[in-house]
Design a protein around this ligand. Structure first.
Ligand SMILES: Nc1ncnc2c1ncn2[C@@H]1O[C@H](COP(=O)(O)OP(=O)(O)OP(=O)(O)O)[C@@H](O)[C@H]1O
Ligand code: SF4
Ligand SMILES: [Mg+2]
Length: 378
């Protein structure tokens, strides 16, 4: 095994015009901290990974693990004050981590786009969706009104919205949750980004619509040979839809590798615990789910050693004093644990190609996208 200061999550896609060593996205030692009443907290603490064009990476972890802050750090969309950020974000050969807000605005939409989790950034409720899409296209692509309108119709059609011409004059509240989500995806795709960050893109949708929206994202990603980072707290969502998965805990990536390998042979006990927490319809009713005991640590008072130690059933003395580094187990599979799990999970817990048979707890939050929020730029 060897320590991995920087690694590639994905292998080369075989894309003829791109050398293997030049990924679409290269994130190096990215850190983001917030000055809070409890002191400086590191929401993202030294994250490194890379992603090839046309590949999907699932970013998974419990609430508060740093997924959204990581995605926003990549976008350059952080609060203006009270934030410290360091590390590199390289998109298609360009270091975008040092760009000014003005320079970043030229990239948003055209180079990289994000479907936001935060409902505050949802579609504008008082503007017809046609205008919301076409304004975005006209601003970034410099095309005229008529051209933008026909492009918007084609775009809505491509994301499976019936009667797209008529839909352009609808207001967001006239659309179902699933259709609104498709509109949001359409806007994110409108200017042909090379990289799409989808932060909990199916929150608040019922399980059938959720599967449709995830399928749509996967299809668009393949069609456009786009890089996709699929952010979710639910490991089941990435099954069959992301070639690679990275698991975050308390601001760090603690395990990453090919999704099927992670599902079959998780090495980090936290990944195993997440897998055991996935509800499965194919298990006998009343089967107990493996709820993860305890809560994620307070980022202002992290435990010494392994951050998962207070909740880990396998923790030993060393875990409580020394932090495990990210090591490679082979074949692009990395983990941070002194005592990695051995063997496979029972078949019933392992990888599935479909999420449609996995029940979801209903949630009240509506995912969103749309305009870049003002005052959220660093
Ligand atoms: N603006 C901010 N100021 C201070 N702390 C923040 C800020 N934004 C996020 N944090 C903290 O950073 C940590 C990571 O938050 P983040 O939103 O990235 O978690 P997450 O993994 O996306 O969780 P969820 O699944 O609930 O969306 C949390 O402890 C959160 O409280
Ligand atoms: S290092 Fe120790 S505490 Fe941390 S996950 Fe591994 S066994 Fe558990
Ligand atoms: Mg989040």
């Amino acid at each position: 095994m060897r320590t991995a200061p920087l690694d590639t999550i994905s292998n080369d896609t075989g894309s003829s015009d791109r050398p293997a060593f030049k990924p679409l996205l290269l994130v190096e030692d990215l850190r983001c901290g917030f000055h809070t009443g409890q002191g400086l907290i590191h929401a993202v603490d030294g994250v490194s990974f890379s992603l090839e064009r046309g590949r999907a990476l699932g970013l998974v972890g419990e609430s508060g693990s740093g997924k959204t802050v990581l995605a926003r750090s990549i976008m350059g969309l952080l609060p203006r004050s009270g934030v410290t950020k360091s590390g590199q974000v390289n998109l298609d050969g360009q270091d975008i981590s040092q760009l000014s807000p003005r320079q970043l605005r030229h990239l948003w939409g055209a180079q990289l786009a994000m479907i936001f989790q935060d409902p505050m950034t949802a579609l504008n409720p008082v503007v017809r969706i046609g205008r919301q899409i076409t304004e975005h296209m006209r601003a970034h692509l410099g095309i005229g009104r008529a051209e933008a309108r026909s492009a918007a119709v084609a775009l809505l059609e491509s994301v499976g919205i019936p009667e797209p011409d008529r839909r352009l004059s609808s207001y967001p509240h006239q659309l179902s949750g699933g259709t609104r989500q498709r509109v949001m995806i359409a806007i994110a795709l409108a200017c042909g980004p090379k990289l799409l960050l989808a932060d909990e893109p199916t929150t608040g949708l019922d399980v059938t619509v959720q599967a449709q929206v995830l399928d749509l994202l996967a299809a668009q990603q393949a069609r456009r040979s786009m890089g996709l980072i699929l952010v979710t707290h639910d490991l089941a969502v990435v099954a069959g839809r992301a070639e690679e998965t990275a698991v975050m805990y308390a601001g760090k990536i603690v395990e990453k590798g090919p999704t099927s390998v992670l599902f079959h042979h998780p090495l980090m006990p936290y990944t195993e615990a997440l897998l055991r927490a996935i509800p499965r319809l194919d298990l006998p009713s009343h089967t107990r789910l493996g709820a993860i005991p305890g809560r994620p640590p307070d980022l202002s008072a992290l435990p010494p050693g392994c951050r998962f130690a207070p909740r880990c059933p396998y923790a030993q003395d060393r875990c409580r004093t020394q932090e495990p580094p990210l090591e490679e187990a082979g074949a692009g599979h990395f983990f941070a644990c002194w005592y990695p799990r051995k063997g496979s999970l029972p078949a019933s817990w392992s990888y599935t190609d479909s999420v449609t048979d996995l029940p979801r707890a209903p949630t009240s939050v509506t995912s969103s996208q749309a305009a870049i929020p003002e005052g959220q730029i660093q």
